[in-house]
Every structure is written in C-alpha cells, then in structure tokens.
Design a protein around this ligand. Structure first.
Ligand code: GTP
Length: 435
C-alpha cells in the first residue's frame, strides 16, 4: 500500500492556520459550530493550530474562493508566524487551491484532503485502508484532469518509446487508473475473506458493543468511563479476530467486546462515503449499538439525523432493537433546556427512550448498563458443543437452559450437540466447561 500521508510532506506538529469560509446567505449551520469542528479535525492529525478563523463571505471568488482583501490580511501573519499549512474548510477546485498557495505563500489543503488524511491514519482494517486509498486516487485523478497543466510536457522527444505525443499527464492518469483497477480487484477478495472471518467470529461468547456518533460526541470518554481498563489488559487485542476489537469488563462486571469506530463528520465529501462506511462495517455485526450524541451541541438534532441516515444505508433502522441512543454531556445543560429537549423528542413519532448521562462526570450509567445487558442477552446464537461421556451434568444443564436442536454420538461416545443459546448462558457454559 502507498503511504497514507495524503498531504505530501505534511509533518506532525506542523504549524497551521484553519480558515472556515461561509456565505452570509448560508443559514443552515452556524459558523461557530463549523469552526469548532474544523479545529477538532485539524487537531486529529496533530497539527499545531495557530488559530481557526471563521470568514463571512458575500460571495465566492472563482479564482481564490476567498476575496483578495481577506487573503492579504492572512498573508503577513503566515510569514510572520512561520505557518506552513493553511486548511480551508471548503471544497476547493484544483485551480483555487493552487492560486491560494501562490497568494498565501503556504501549502493549502481543502476539507476533502483533510478528511482523507484522517481516514488514512485511522483506517485499521485492510478493507478500510483500500477504500481510503481508492478515494485518494480518485481525488488525485480528478485534480490531474482538471488542472495540472504544468505536468503537460512532451515526453521522449524522438518518439522511440511509448508512442509520440503521450504527455506526462496521460502517463500519470494511466498509472492512477491501473492502480485503481488493481485496488478494486483486491477489494473483492478482501470482502470475501471478511465474510468468512465473520462467520468465525460468531463463536465468540461475548457480546459485541459498538460505539457510533459524531466526532467529539464523547465516544472515547464514555468508553473509558464504562470500562475497568485496569481489570483486563488494557490493549488486549483480539489479533485472531480483528485488531479493532477489544475485550473489556464493564463497571458492572459484564465482559463485552468493544468495537472501535471512526467518528462521523458533517458534510462528508461524496467520494469519501465508501471509505467511511468500510471503517464502520464492524458495526453491522454488533449485538448492541450505542449511538452517542453530544446533546449540548447546537447542531445536535441535525447530527443525529446524519448518523441515522448512514445507519439506514447499513441496514440498521432507527428502531433497530440493538440501538441505544445516548444523550451525553447533560452536565452542560440546565434543567429547563434539558426538559425542553425531552419534550421535543417525545413529540416525534417512534421516539426511543434515550439514556441521559455525562461521560465526563460519570453520572447516569445506572440507566445504561442494565440496558446493555438486556439487549446483549436477547441475542442468541447457534453453537456446536462437544461433550465427553463424563460430562453428563453439563448435558443435563444444556437441556434445561437452552434449545438443543440436534445431537450426534460418535464411536468413542463423544456427543456433538447443536444448540441455540443466549450469550450470557454461553458465558456460563464456558466457565462450567473450564472447571
Ligand atoms: P472523536 O474521536 O473525534 O470521534 O471524538 P469522541 O466522540 O471520541 O469524543 P471524546 O471522547 O474525545 O470527547 C470530546 C470532548 O468532549 C472532550 O474534550 C471531552 O472531554 C468532552 N466530553 C466528553 N463527554 C463529556 C461530558 O459528558 N460532558 C462534558 N462537559 N464534556 C464531555
């Protein structure tokens, strides 16, 4: 695989300026919220952010997106403060990007470039990495086609090799196209393998709990607060299953496997949707899905809708019994506001009961843990269990506690049972068999 530094030459700790331009006429999202998000994204790839500046635009300049007057203001600062990178939170055309680099005297990347970089660093599964590379190549290819005229130079002056008139841009484009085709073929194989691995994972006796939610909703904080990180090895990786799964013990003593997912991001560029979804595939297999919401965020409702839309595309409907909606950060709201939000919530058709909590202050967990247990217990699986003739007590227990669907006895007297069993019972069985 190629290196995942999408932004060529970008180094961790690079001093950066984040610009968030927004048309004055755009009333859909608040500029402040967009600035907070862009700032968080820049920190996610460990940049040293000098400042994040919201800019109200009367109109979009075709050549540079942002007006010349504004750019002049930043130019001096960029030179004085040794800023090497400017992030513009917008979809820039290749021409705009190049003009901005010239005008500002610094490297410029746009929102798609930034998100690609984050995904590149976070993609853990093979499929996730391939999808990110694919998105990156398509992004590069579109940039080649449209503007890299400076690459448009004749090659091999005498035409002995390669046919006359093949320009550098055509060579580059052909190389990228070949790479794209190769990745698409690899993806087919990877998907097939993953299906097999999933079938294998079904035998894991612990419930899988997935956390989803917007970037900054508090997923990591909740994860840490919910788990006794010191009881089990902190990073006990399930290498045989998948490196993104971790076995942890909840504060109520229950053992579960947590599945780590990437945070959602607003206005995801369309070419990144497949890459993003690949990083979420894990979730489709989960027994419990925790949708963590920052309920104090001013765009909280819009964010929740976005998350539900993506879940729907993954065949997880809003009323999926595995879903628990969590209203996090209630410590930031006064009672009146919270009550108002609850009333608005209950006015909606089909509203689910949310769990209200503060991951930071560790309050409200008493409402969450029993619900995780309840849902996890509801999921049952079909298992094959081999018993020796001396394990009659266990055989008896199985008949009492689960649905024995078939039984086979071989010549040594060993019995092979096919049973439908719930996860908690399976856990009990495991510890009985270990004794
Ligand atoms: P990504 O990794 O970007 O997807 O974010 P995340 O969802 O894992 O969020 P994270 O846990 O990193 O929390 C984001 C910020 O919100 C941090 O500054 C937390 O301290 C803060 N935070 C999380 N939970 C709470 C809460 O209950 N109350 C308050 N006031 N802040 C919280």
């Amino acid at each position: 695989l190629i290196s995942f530094d999408v932004i060529e030459g970008l180094s961790t700790g690079e001093r950066a300026l984040v610009l968030v331009p927004q048309l004055k006429s755009d009333k859909l999202r608040s500029l402040k919220a967009r600035c907070d998000e862009a700032h968080g994204l820049a920190l996610a790839i460990e940049l040293d952010v000098a400042e994040t500046v919201g800019i109200n635009l009367a109109d979009i300049r075709p050549s540079t997106y942002i007006g010349k007057g504004k750019l002049e203001e930043f130019k001096g600062r960029i030179a004085a403060e040794d800023i090497g990178l400017v992030i513009v939170d917008a979809a820039l055309s290749p021409v705009q990007q190049r003009n901005l680099e010239k005008d500002l005297g610094a490297k410029v990347i746009d929102r798609t470039g930034l998100i690609l970089e984050i995904f590149g660093r976070r993609a853990k599964t093979k499929e996730g990495r391939l999808q990110v590379e694919l998105a990156h190549l398509n992004y590069q290819k579109s940039r080649l086609v449209r503007s890299w005229t400076h690459l448009e130079r004749q090659r091999g002056g005498f035409g002995f090799l390669g046919g006359p008139g093949e320009t550098q841009i055509e060579v580059d484009r052909r190389m990228i196209t070949e790479r794209i085709e190769k990745i698409e073929r690899e993806l087919i194989v990877v998907k097939k393998t993953r299906r097999l691995q999933r079938a294998g994972r079904k035998r894991v006796p612990w419930p899988v709990v997935a956390l989803v939610g917007y970037t900054n909703a508090g997923k990591s904080t909740l994860f840490n607060a919910l788990t006794n990180a010191d009881v089990l090895a902190k990073d006990m990786l399930f290498a045989t299953l998948d490196p993104t799964l971790r076995l942890v013990r909840l504060t109520n003593g229950m053992k579960v496997i947590f599945s780590d997912t990437v945070g959602f991001i607003a206005d995801l560029p369309t070419q990144l949707v497949a890459a993003f979804r690949a990083t979420l595939e894990e979730m489709m297999e989960a027994d419990v899905i925790l949708h963590v919401r920052d309920i104090a965020h001013e765009d909280s409702d819009k964010q929740a809708e976005d998350v539900k839309d993506v879940l729907r595309t993954m065949e997880i409907s809003a009323d999926d019994p595995r879903l628990i909606e969590i209203w996090n950060k209630i410590d930031l709201l006064d009672n009146e506001t919270l009550l108002f939000k609850q009333q608005a919530h209950w006015a909606q058709a089909g509203a689910l009961t949310p769990v209200l909590l503060s991951a930071l202050e560790k309050t409200g967990f008493e409402g969450l843990l029993p619900r995780i247990e309840e849902i996890a217990a509801a999921g049952d699986t079909v298992e094959e269990i081999a018993l020796s003739p001396s394990q009659g007590a266990i055989l008896h227990w199985l008949y009492e506690n689960c649905d024995v669907q078939a039984i086979d006895v071989d010549e040594t007297g060993e019995q092979l049972l096919t049973v439908r069993i719930t996860k908690p019972k399976m856990m009990q069985l495991q510890s009985m068999m270990e004794r």
